[in-house]
Design a protein around this ligand. Structure first.
Ligand code: LLP
Length: 416
C-alpha cells in the first residue's frame, strides 16, 4: 500500500507525509474533508511538459477547468504558463491573477455574447471557434466594439480516443468543433472579414487518453489546415489537452514519445505548438483528506462511511473512476473488502467499491489520492454540504488557499 510516485507523498516512520509536512497535522489544523495540493508536484509536472518541448516554439496553456483555485493559477503563471479558459468566469479568474492576455486561449462550444465581449476587451491570443454561428457573432461583436478578433477554428478531427465516453470529444458524433469539411469555408470567411484575424487551428479529442496514436492522428489533421492557411496568418497549432495519468496501475501517456512524434511531423515548419493540459499538471498533485465516521460490517458487504462523498469528489459516481485510498498511518496488510461511501442520500455516493482496504476504525484519517484535477472543480453543495477547504503544501509550510464554506454562506444567497 504505497502512494504512486510523482505525488510527493511518502510514509515516514509510518506516517503519511506530503512533501515535508505530516498530513495528520494538516487534518488537525484545517479539519476534514480537505483538499490538499503539493506545489512541488504541480511545478514538476509543468516543467516536465516544458522540458519535452524544449526545442520547439510552444506555449503551454493550463486548462483552468481542471482546478481553478487562484493560488494554483498563480503558481502556474509564475512558471510562465498561459491559460485555456472556457467561460467568462474562468476569464475573470485568470485576469484576476494578472495573466498575460496574449497567452490566453478561449475554448468552448457555447460562448455567450458577454463572454465574447470580455475576451475581445481583454485582448486574448485567440478564440477557438466551434461553429459558423459563433464565428459570425465574434465578427459582429468585434465590429461593434471596434476591436480585432483573433481566432482559430477548433476542428473536429473525427478521431477515436479510447477513454470514458463522457470525456471523449473528437468524433463527429460529439458536439465539439467544426467538421473538417466545413472548416475551410470558415477560414475563407475569416480571410474576407475586416475584423476576423486568422491565428490558428485547434482540436481537443478527449481527456485521460493514455495512447499517443490518437493525438498524432489528430495533429496530422490540423497540420493540413495550418499548411493551407499559413500565408493567411495561421501560426498556432493547438492540440488541446487530454494527456492521461495513472490512477491505479495504468501507464501514463508517454509525453516524451508524443513530443517526438509532434516534432517529426512539424519538421521545418514555423508554427507555434499550443497544448492545453489540465489533469496532467494537477491530477496527481492533489488529494482529498477524509475521516472515517463509521465502519459497518455485514457477512456479505462492508461499508466504510466517511465524512466526504460525491459532493466533494464526484468522479467515482459519475465516471466509475478509480482513486486509490490509503490510511494516514501506514498499515501493511489489506484487511477486508469494503465500499467507501459518503453520507449523501444516494446509492451512487461512493468513493470506492468493493475495495481491499486496510483495517480502519471510526476516527481514522484516509487520503483519497490523485484528486487534484476535476475534484474541487466539480464539487457541489448537494445535501447542503459546504464545500471543503483547500490547502497548498510547500515543503514544510501550508497555506489555506480556499476557505471552507459554511452553511451560512450557502443560505446567504437565498431569499425567504
Ligand atoms: N482543452 C479542452 C478544450 C478541454 O475540453 C479539456 C477538458 C482540456 C483542454 C483539458 O483536458 P485534460 O488535460 O485535463 O484532460 N471531468 C472529467 C474531465 C473532463 C475534461 C473536459 N475537457 C474527469 O473528471 O475526468
Amino acid at each position: 500500500m504505497r502512494p504512486a510516485s510523482g505525488q510527493c507523498l511518502e510514509y515516514r516512520h509510518g506516517e503519511l507525509f506530503c512533501e515535508e509536512t505530516p498530513l495528520q497535522s494538516i487534518a488537525e489544523r484545517y479539519g476534514t474533508p480537505l483538499y490538499v495540493y503539493t506545489k512541488k508536484a504541480i511545478v514538476e509536472n509543468y516543467r516536465a511538459i516544458r522540458r519535452n518541448l524544449d526545442d520547439l516554439s510552444s506555449l503551454t496553456c493550463y486548462s483552468v477547468k481542471a482546478n481553478s483555485n487562484l493560488s494554483i493559477l498563480k503558481v502556474l503563471r509564475d512558471e510562465g504558463a498561459g491559460f485555456d479558459i472556457v467561460s467568462g468566469g474562468e476569464m475573470a479568474r485568470v485576469l484576476k491573477i494578472h495573466a498575460d492576455p496574449s497567452r490566453i486561449v478561449f475554448s468552448g462550444v457555447g460562448k455567450t455574447m458577454d463572454e465574447i465581449d470580455a475576451g475581445l476587451r481583454a485582448g486574448i491570443l485567440m478564440f477557438n471557434v466551434e461553429s459558423e454561428d459563433e464565428l459570425f457573432l465574434l465578427e459582429a461583436r468585434a465590429r461593434h466594439l471596434g476591436l480585432p478578433a483573433p481566432f482559430a477554428i477548433r476542428v473536429n478531427p473525427d478521431v477515436e480516443a479510447e477513454t470514458h465516453p463522457y470525456i471523449s470529444t473528437g468524433q463527429t458524433i460529439h458536439k465539439f468543433g467544426v467538421a473538417k469539411e466545413d472548416a475551410c469555408g470558415l477560414y475563407q470567411r475569416g480571410i474576407r472579414s475586416r475584423e476576423l484575424q486568422v491565428r490558428g487551428v485547434a482540436c481537443h479529442i478527449g481527456s485521460q487518453i493514455l495512447d499517443v496514436g490518437p493525438f498524432l492522428k489528430a495533429f496530422e489533421e490540423i497540420l493540413a489546415f495550418a499548411v493551407a492557411f499559413r500565408g493567411e496568418g495561421l501560426e498556432n497549432l493547438d492540440l488541446g489537452g487530454g494527456f492521461g495519468i495513472s490512477y491505479e496501475d495504468e501507464k501514463p501517456l508517454e509525453f516524451a514519445l508524443l513530443a517526438e512524434g509532434l516534432k517529426t511531423r512539424m519538421r521545418g515548419a514555423t508554427y507555434r505548438l499550443i497544448l492545453e493540459p489540465g489533469r496532467s499538471i494537477v491530477g496527481n498533485a492533489g488529494l482529498l483528506l477524509t475521516r472515517v465516521l463509521y465502519v459497518k460490517r455485514h457477512p456479505i458487504k462492508n461499508f466504510i462511511v466517511v465524512d466526504s462523498g460525491m459532493s466533494d469528489l464526484v468522479r467515482p459516481a459519475l465516471y466509475g473512476s478509480f482513486h486509490e485510498i490509503i490510511p494516514l498511518r501506514e498499515v501493511n496488510a489489506r484487511a477486508f473488502r469494503a465500499d467507501v461511501v459518503g453520507p449523501i442520500c444516494e446509492t451512487g455516493d461512493f468513493l470506492a467499491q468493493d475495495r481491499e482496504m486496510a483495517e480502519v476504525r471510526a476516527g481514522d484519517l484516509l487520503a483519497i489520492l490523485t484528486a487534484g484535477a476535476y475534484g474541487y472543480a466539480l464539487a457541489s453543495n448537494y445535501n447542503t454540504r459546504p464545500r471543503p477547504a483547500e490547502v497548498l503544501v510547500d515543503g514544510s509550510r501550508t497555506e489555506l488557499i480556499g476557505f471552507r464554506e459554511t452553511v451560512e454562506n450557502l443560505m446567504a444567497r437565498e431569499a425567504f
